[in-house]
Design a protein around this ligand. Structure first.
Ligand code: ARG
Length: 703
């Protein structure tokens, strides 16, 4: 014994693996040897006694895990926060530990019921006493952290554990003397890793490999320059030696079977208080209200998963169950996050799901002025495809021009406030932009059981569709197209050159002729191929009738570009009778507006192609206004571009032979999108056939 450091240990008289509450215990029930465990424990006890005082708490029959005194509570000075075990298998230890602390002159704090916290297993003081690292994710609740800060008057840094093998912070994290830190980074989420890196400089961080981590190398007891642990690699030993630490290995494999090692078997009960440090906690909580077919549509599960997956924690305060099948439910959920930053990202996701703040807590959105044209304030709210409302002067104002990836700009007009989505480059000094995530809500369609089950429409995204399924989608799309046409709606088509190569050009032209298409958004290439086919019967030099390459055919398409340039535009070439069929011909003849957006690889370009991409984006957005359906035909570039500008509620049908493109579009998560993985030529021919078979209640007059 060389210092005044004291540890609390509990002899392993009743130690065994009796149940499974962590992955290490699995398959180890009654597999540990009591004799060997006693021997290993004695050995550890012996080592520690050479360097510190060791106190003992009396073991209790029926509480086999009581040997792990790290979980008794968390001590700082003469104050202790008693553990509240998550599992009932260990809850019976609490009164014995409490008694020990009281008998030894500690002030004992107890957390509210149902707020689990497992003591020094999940809370580790910086060895210099500057702050407390606190873990959550498995055994301890994030909401316990503010209590630790309050009772111990210390700054608490919350770390989220994500690997269930490392279910307690002390299994993967060990602050050492002189500001060093021994830890296993993969056990933490990325936010926590960043926090660690911000507090501990690179030279002081000793990151260990998995092989050492699973030997519980982080579950070490540090007394000055000595580090006692179960087992370590030569590498790590050398690394620790460089940092001035001497490793003492002592086998503890009998305890590993229960998921613990050196550190777990001890509790440091002398932790000096540093007078200059004070409470500080960055954990934030907010109460949200979420409404809809919470159970039926799985909305509540999605919301709660999302909170956890993004590093937060929750408590369901109220759940008002809608009793009838048609009635919606409402829940009040308290969301906690380790920092404002994490809270913001969680809330952003929840807003997308349609969650809103509690009415009593309703606050106006926070606005910040734009100080430079084209630049938003740092913390600006990024818009989504969902219909959004923003709270201004106590009232919810509907956002105009809904699109994703914009900012919410608020302007005063003579007719009142205008809230609209603006892409960043269109922001102007004088605009005010919504920052943070308060006072924003999205209006999501309540998706009922019936709707969900009738969603034959969105099943395709999952993978390559079978032929029958393609037929089913075609039937639905045909029906929708007919309905939209006959009710004066708007269908916008985006199309890539593949449409022409796969022989879909005629079918698309037919759709246009018959009034099914109200705008075309495409690039230079499809127009050139289409016109080449109209004028020369080839597409990129391929004879489309016979499917073979024509000699010297590759020159065709430059000649076509040249011809159109001579006439000045596609429309003029049509008027002159140079182009007599095809997609572009039908556009001109039927007054279907089109925009051809240029790109770096364009030949020519055609005089009609808009090479100013900013203008092209604007024209696309204009043509998309009021669309009921967007038919995306084999063009990743144009389809994704269009997807970004299109609000939820517009039906999107994406057809591509490449599942990745289809998945990307369907990931929008709006129930109206459907992806079809198939050859676009085939799709169009089936579609035209299907439309021919449909009888319409209206008589259509060709334009
Ligand atoms: N079987 C015990 C449990 O799962 C092991 C506790 C280990 N203690 C620790 N501080 N990591 O609770």
């Amino acid at each position: 014994m060389t210092s005044q450091i004291s540890f609390l240990m509990c002899p392993p008289d009743h130690y065994d693996v009796d149940y499974v509450i962590n992955p290490w215990m699995e398959g180890n029930i009654h597999k540990s040897s009591r004799d060997r465990a006693v021997e290993q424990w004695e050995q550890l006890h012996h080592i520690l006694k050479k360097h510190a005082i060791v106190d003992l708490v009396k073991p209790q029959k029926g509480w086999p895990d009581m040997v792990f005194t790290a979980n008794a509570g968390l001590v700082l000075g003469k104050t202790v926060v008693l553990s509240r075990f998550l599992h009932k298998e260990r809850q019976g230890e609490e009164p014995y530990f409490k008694q020990w602390f009281e008998e030894n002159g500690y002030t004992v704090h107890e957390l509210p019921k149902d707020l689990p916290f497992e003591g020094a297993g999940d809370a580790l003081l910086d060895r210099e006493g500057r702050w407390l690292w606190a873990g959550y994710g498995f055994r301890s609740e994030l909401d316990a952290h503010p209590y630790l800060a309050k009772w111990l008057d210390i700054e608490v840094l919350s770390l989220r554990l994500i690997d269930e093998r490392f279910y307690h912070l002390d299994t993967c994290f060990c602050p050492l003397k002189n500001g060093y830190l021994l830890y296993y980074p993969s056990a933490f989420d990325s936010y926590s890793n960043r926090l660690i890196e911000m507090r501990v400089t690179q030279q002081k961080r000793i990151a260990i490999a998995e092989a050492d981590a699973v030997n519980f190398a982080c579950n070490a007891v540090n007394i000055d320059h000595i580090v006692v642990m179960n087992k370590t690699s030569e590498d790590l030993k050398a690394h620790l030696a460089d940092a001035g630490f001497q490793v003492i290995e002592t086998p503890l494999n009998e305890f590993l079977k229960a998921g613990g090692a050196a550190k777990c078997l001890t509790l440091r009960v002398t932790e000096p208080v540093r007078e200059e440090v004070h409470a500080n906690v960055s954990v934030e909580s907010r109460i949200l209200r979420i409404e809809g077919h919470l159970l039926d549509s799985g909305l509540i599960n999605r919301a709660l998963d999302l909170i956890i997956d993004n590093g937060g924690s929750f408590q369901v305060l109220n759940f008002l169950l809608g009793e009838q099948r048609q009635s919606t439910s409402a829940a009040e959920v308290k969301v906690s996050a380790p920092s404002h930053e994490v809270m913001e990202s969680i809330i952003t996701y929840l807003i997308d799901l349609g969650a809103v703040d509690l009415p009593e807590d309703e606050r106006d959105a926070k606005l910040e002025a734009v100080t430079e044209d084209g630049v938003a304030p740092d913390d600006f709210y990024v818009t989504t495809i969902y219909p959004t409302e923003v709270r201004l002067n106590g009232e919810w104002v509907k956002v105009q021009n809904q699109r994703m990836d914009g900012a919410l700009a608020i302007t005063q007009t003579p007719n009142g406030v205008l809230a609209q989505c603006k892409i960043l480059r269109n922001l102007e000094v004088g605009d005010h932009v919504v920052v943070d995530v308060q006072g924003i809500r999205t209006i999501r369609k309540t998706e009922s059981r019936e709707q969900r089950n009738s969603q034959e429409f969105s099943f395709m995204s999952a993978g390559v569709s079978s032929e029958r399924r393609v037929e089913l989608v075609v039937e639905q799309v045909a029906w929708e197209l007919r309905k939209i046409r006959d009710t004066g709606g708007k269908v916008v088509v985006t199309a890539g050159p593949v449409v022409i190569h796969t022989g879909g050009g005629d079918h698309l032209a037919q759709l246009m002729r018959e009034g099914y298409v109200q705008a075309l958004l495409a690039g230079n290439a499809i127009a050139v191929h289409d016109i080449e086919q109209a004028i020369m019967g080839t597409s990129l030099g391929m004879d489309m009738q016979r499917g073979i390459a024509v000699r010297g055919g590759h020159r065709h398409h430059l000649k076509v570009i040249n011809t159109i340039c001579r006439y000045g535009s596609i429309a003029k070439a049509v008027e002159a009778g140079v182009i007599q069929s095809g997609v572009m011909y039908e556009c001109v003849r039927n007054h279907i507006p089109f925009c051809l957006a240029g790109s770096i690889r364009d030949d020519g370009p055609l005089p009609d192609t808009q090479m100013d991409l900013i203008k092209a984006q604007t024209e696309y957005a204009e043509l998309l206004q009021g669309a009921d359906m967007v038919l995306m035909l084999s063009s990743m570039l144009h389809s994704i571009g269009v997807g970004n500008m299109t609000p939820a509620g517009v039906k999107i049908v994406c057809v591509d032979i490449n599942p990745a493109v289809v998945t990307k579009l369907s990931d929008r998560g709006s129930i109206e999108s459907v992806g079809v993985v198939t050859d676009v030529g085939l799709f169009l021919s089936l579609l035209v056939q299907q439309l021919d078979n449909l009888t319409s209640p209206y008589i259509f007059k060709a334009g």
